[in-house]
Design a protein around this ligand. Structure first.
Ligand code: ADP
Length: 815
């Protein structure tokens, strides 16, 4: 909050400084404004010369032919007569005939002027000593000779006041002498005569002078009303001249050609004709904004403009309604402010090429707009001020931006270096220095970046080492479900190539490895993308059962908080998922051992012990007959035997399962092994009058196996067959050679096993209901022992059974 306020304060300051620069330029460097007007004229170029204003030039050629100037007035009279023949609209002769010359010549000129009837002559102010107070000078009008004056259609002042740079840009349309005698400008008077406007058809409105049907835009008047009562100051009615081009833009005829009749009078018909000196030797030339403009053809931009052409330009400006005006000051500042705002917008909120493009556009708009306003709407925009607004604000804004970016970088670097603090071996030196936040130079920043990069790299390699050293598999996937990181352990755990894992889709990997079924993945993934921790256990049923615990934790973007970017972990978006794979096989095995031991003690050992305890108690306390007591002792004995058997069997199985009993592999003769088992089971079988038939025939390959264990296993199958068969039945045992295995098949014609129980008979302590409640001694551990032994040998056990018909157990042992 405070930072944005500070930002705005700085921008406000830049605005103020830029506006101040605009004020300074407009008040203290007016020459820039003059230069910009010149530039506008030159950029606009020349306008077409009007057809109805022509100049009869007293040029070098005329001087050569007629002789040195001033000429006899009859010469001018001759020229005028030629022009008069064509009936021009008006004729302006830019020569003052104030002093008397040859009387005849004067009369001739007066006659010619009278004959024409539409001639206008200039007058000029000059300083003379006052007639009333000889010590004072006064300005009075220098007028033509009275007889010439009487013949004139009008008189106009030919006064020109160039600007400080010597360029004539404006003309005062009215001028008065000290007595208040007022004359309109020579050009304006010629136009009035040409258009036959009544001498009093003038109206001076604010900023506009109306002459007949013409409205002339005027410059703002600097002097207001007079403070002296009864005295009114005549307005100067200053008008900017809209030059059509450099010198000789108008139609020129040489005076000598006119007198000599080389110019057809048609050229003057219905036109305004201006007669005046154009030869540079005659002086009277003005500097115009087009000066030095290299015009094409015969016109020379390097030449000053003869006074007569200036008058032609004045007439044309009024006649074609071309008078120029300045943009009012208020609007100038408003536009300057607008430019400053526009540059602020583009520097502050735009980046890269967009910023450059918009800044260039603003610059083009200033220059182009200025040119358009000038040439289309005759409006002079204050280009120096507008360009100052641009040129002051842009560098300041850019500087501000780069300074605040640099400061931001300092802050970030500080935050980064702070975030490194306290990480393992990080030395705490230089803490004071780093906590100081001040603008730094570039070298410091580069050093800091180097330092932080080195720290980050060492941190990364440390994290890498930690991850590599972990016994758990680690996997990270991004929001698109792509696997982006696995540690070394993970591919080892699942025996896959790390390269194959990277960039694989997480869902594919997890379902291939059967960690999740499609549906359960959906619900789980939804959970952790909502930033919830998920845990799942998974059992892999391969050759060796393995148990895994999967922990899926969302990875959130909240770490940025360390850099002062985020305001906490709340609602921070999930950017990935971290999965830890724990191999919990050992723990689960231990859990199972515990549970089974508990089952053994609480169920299997308890009932024989209870019966031993009960019977021995009766024997101890009561006098019992010998027969009865020997029967009880018999039961106690058999229960004790059973207890012993259970414990031994249990230990056998456990030893095998836990791997504490390693296989003692030797070459085993299968026929001998079967024969041994048959003879071991014979006593029990004989007791039940059961016949054990050995169908094994010779030529079996010998087996690499643990002989005692395998003998015990086959013996178990045989004793089960005897136990679970009715008396006087037949049991067969046989070993056959398969493709890559030896099968030992034990077949009985006993009680059989119901189909639904077939799956469970290999579980520890499982006995069929039928047998558990009968007198048959059993532990429920025999078959799980057989299964364990067979699997330890890399084989398997299968069973087929039909209830009340018999069962067939087959041991498949690989050769
Ligand atoms: P037990 O010590 O009870 O024989 P086993 O693990 O050897 O334990 O057998 C588990 C159960 O499987 C037996 O209790 C019995 O119900 C059934 N069973 C095993 N072998 C046979 C067989 N050959 N015929 C019928 N039932 C059998």
């Amino acid at each position: 909050m405070r930072r944005t306020q500070l930002n705005w304060l700085r921008i406000l300051l830049i605005w103020l400084v830029s506006l101040a620069a605009v004020f300074i330029v407009s008040f203290f460097v007016p020459s820039l404004s003059n230069a910009s007007i010149n530039m506008l004229f030159r950029l606009r170029g020349e306008l077409p010369a009007p057809d109805d204003i022509v100049i009869v030039a007293i040029d070098d050629q005329s001087l050569q032919k007629i002789g040195k100037y001033p000429w006899a007035r009859s010469v001018i009279a001759n020229g005028l007569d030629k022009i008069t023949e064509a009936k021009p609209k008006a004729v302006g002769i830019d020569v003052i005939y104030a002093e008397e010359s040859d009387a005849e010549d004067d009369e001739k000129l007066a006659q010619s002027i009278r004959k024409n009837g539409r001639v206008v002559l200039p007058t000029q102010l000059f300083e003379t000593t006052s007639e009333i107070e000889p010590e004072r000078t006064e300005t009075i009008w220098l007028l033509p000779l009275p007889e010439i004056d009487a013949a004139l259609a009008g008189k106009g002042h030919a006064h020109a006041a160039p600007d400080v740079d010597g360029t004539l840009r404006s003309i005062q349309l009215s001028k008065s002498d000290d007595k208040g005698n007022r004359f309109w400008a020579f050009g304006l008077e010629i136009l009035r005569v040409a258009e036959t406007i009544a001498p009093n058809d003038f109206e001076e409105k604010s900023a506009v002078l109306r002459v007949g049907s013409y409205s002339i835009r005027l410059l703002p008047e600097e002097t207001g009303d007079s403070k002296i009562e009864g005295v009114s100051i005549a307005r100067s009615d200053e008008m900017l001249i809209n030059y059509i081009g450099a010198t000789k833009s108008f139609r020129y005829y040489s005076f000598t050609d006119v007198v000599g009749g080389d110019v057809s009078p048609e050229n003057f018909k219905g036109k305004i004709v201006l007669v005046g000196a154009t030869s540079p030797t005659l002086g009277d030339a003005q500097v115009t904004p087009f000066m030095h403009y290299a015009g094409s053809g015969e016109r020379e931009g390097g030449q000053a403009m003869p006074g007569v052409e200036v008058h032609a330009n004045v007439i044309n400006t009024i006649k074609s309604n071309l008078s120029l005006r300045f943009l009012p000051e208020f609007w100038s500042y408003a536009i300057a402010l607008l430019i400053i705002l526009a540059t602020t917008f583009s520097v502050k909120w735009l980046e890269g090429w967009r910023q450059v493009a918009v800044l260039t556009l603003i610059l083009l708009a200033i220059v182009g707009g200025g040119l358009l306003a000038f040439s289309r709407y005759f409006l002079i925009l204050p280009l120096p001020e507008l360009l100052t607004a641009y040129l002051a604000s842009v560098p300041l804004l850019l500087l501000d931006r780069s300074l605040s970016a640099s400061r931001d970088l300092d802050l970030k670097l500080n935050a980064l270096s702070k975030a490194q603090k306290g990480f393992l071996l990080d030395e705490n030196k230089q803490t004071k220095e780093k906590n100081r936040i001040a603008p730094r130079n570039l070298e410091w920043k580069l050093r800091a970046v180097d330092d932080i990069t080195a720290r980050l790299l060492s941190r990364m390699s440390f994290i890498n080492r930690v991850l590599t050293g972990m016994t758990e598999g680690v996997l990270v996937a991004d929001t698109t479900n792509r696997i982006v990181f696995v540690n070394q352990r993970l591919p080892q755990l699942f025996e896959i190539e790390a390269e194959n894992l990277l960039n694989e889709i997480l869902k594919g990997f997890l379902s291939n490895a059967k960690f999740f079924r499609q549906a359960s993945w959906k619900t789980h993934s939804k959970k952790f993308w909502r930033a919830t921790f998920v845990q799942k256990e998974f059992t892999e049923n391969a050759a060796q059962t393995r148990h895994f615990l999967l922990q899926l934790s969302p990875v959130t973007a909240s770490d940025d908080a360390a850099l002062g970017e985020s305001d906490g972990t709340k609602n921070s978006p999930v950017i990935g998922v971290l999965i830890l794979f724990f191999d919990v096989t050992k723990q689960r095995e231990l859990d199972r051992l515990k549970a089974e031991t508990l089952q053994l003690v609480s169920h299997e050992l308890r009932s024989p012990l209870t019966s031993i305890q009960g019977l021995s108690d009766v024997l101890r306390k009561f006098p019992i007959s010998k027969d009865e007591s020997s029967e009880m002792l018999e039961t106690i004995h058999s229960e004790a035997v059973r207890l012993n058997e259970i414990i031994n069997r249990f230990l056998d199985v456990k030893q095998l399962e836990s791997g504490t009993r390693d296989l003692q592999i030797s070459t085993v003769n299968v026929e001998k092994l079967i024969a041994d088992c048959v003879s071991a089971a014979a006593p029990l079988a004989t007791e039940k009058k059961i016949k054990i038939q050995n169908d094994t025939n010779g030529s079996l390959p010998s087996l690499l196996a643990d002989a005692p264990l395998l003998t015990q296993a086959v013996g178990n199958l045989l004793s089960n067959a005897v136990k679970y068969s009715p008396p006087e039945t037949v049991i067969s045992i046989e070993a056959i050679k398969g493709e890559s295995e030896i099968q030992i098949i034990v077949r009985d014609n006993g009680f059989g096993i119901p189909k639904e129980n077939l799956e469970r008979i290999f579980e520890k302590f499982y006995r069929l209901e039928r047998d558990a409640t009968s007198q048959t001694i059993g532990t429920g551990l025999g078959l799980s022992f057989v299964k364990e032994v067979t699997e330890k040998h890399g084989g398997r056990i299968s069973v087929e059974s039909v209830e009340s018909a018999g069962s067939t157990f087959i041991l498949h042992l690989p050769i």
